[in-house]
Design a protein around this ligand. Sequence first.
Ligand code: PLP
Length: 377
Amino acid sequence: MKKRFVYADNAATTAISPYVLEKMLPFLTEQYGNASAVYSKGRKARTAVETAREQIAAALSCSPEEIFFTSGGTESDNWAIRGVCQAAKGKNHIITSSIEHHAVLNTCRFLGQNGYRITYIPVDSSGTVNPDDIEKAIAPDTALVSIMYACNETGVIQPVSEIGNICRKHAVPFHTDAVQAAGHLEINVNEQNISLLSISGHKIHAPKGTGALYIRKGTNISNLMFGGAQENSLRPGTENTAAIVGLGAAFENLSSDMDTNRRHTEKIRNRLESRLSESKRISVNGISGQRLPGISNITVKGADGEQILLMLDLKGICASAGSACTSGSSEPSHVLKAMGLSDADAYSSLRFSFGHLNSADDADYIADTLNEILRKL
Ligand code: PLP
């Protein structure tokens, strides 16, 4: 088999798209003005920042004043959770799920060590939370519900609209980490009763280190950082104009091609899973849930996931074991364990994640290579 290069780790990060880069370049070179400056170079930067805000607001169906630029998904999650809890004086209960990204889990853990009570909602074997469990957990002192939109490890989409309805009924702010979902799924923060929503640029072909937090008008939230008057004095620091322009352009680009991209990546993922179903050792995690189009998380019974990853790498294939954010740690995936997998099966799991730059041939190459590796092992 001829060696190729296949990037199948788009849930970990993505390449900056040529369209995004082209939009960013002037702001990395001649248009370097500070967006707060009054002269024309500054005003050009300001216009670009506000255009990006409008592009993101259009993608989420909110108003531009409700979008605040951050350094990425981690900061947005931290700000949403800590900011809302700090502002909700006298309320010290947070509801989240057992499958959240560590940006949410470790923020909740920190608050748990500082007087907050945290309820972790479990998931079923498909990796989905039950909205009824959230409603039952809401108490008079609940400051926030934080449930991810779609899981970074399995791609399983959570019942966000139902959770939003429940939170609205009980007047509890609802935060969702949409880092994996934004740009891939239609999101309407008003119809879905979302109060706060985190996004990240590097998952959608914009640069790393850029993101945003949607904050519904009227939501009580404290600052995470203090400094200048940028972002309506809520998130200080000189705007990273080029990165912000990239984030806006990525949303603009993906929003216009969302259906085409979804069908394309779903076809590749389904092709891979259908090819892999020939092996009795392989099962797909989260297959009975609703999933993002591009993510496939599989368990190869009895195999060492890390070892397979290294062998795939030798064949030019980039994938990850569970989640890129937890690789390097020897812990089995908390997501797969929450879905009922044993430690051994969690260690035998791999994640392939596709984007619009992948092709059906990539799925075939991965399937052929994996089958060859399994014959050798
Ligand atoms: N939330 C989810 C669901 C993620 O997948 C990630 C990144 O993997 C993050 C948050 C963190 O985002 P960032 O890398 O932009 O800090």
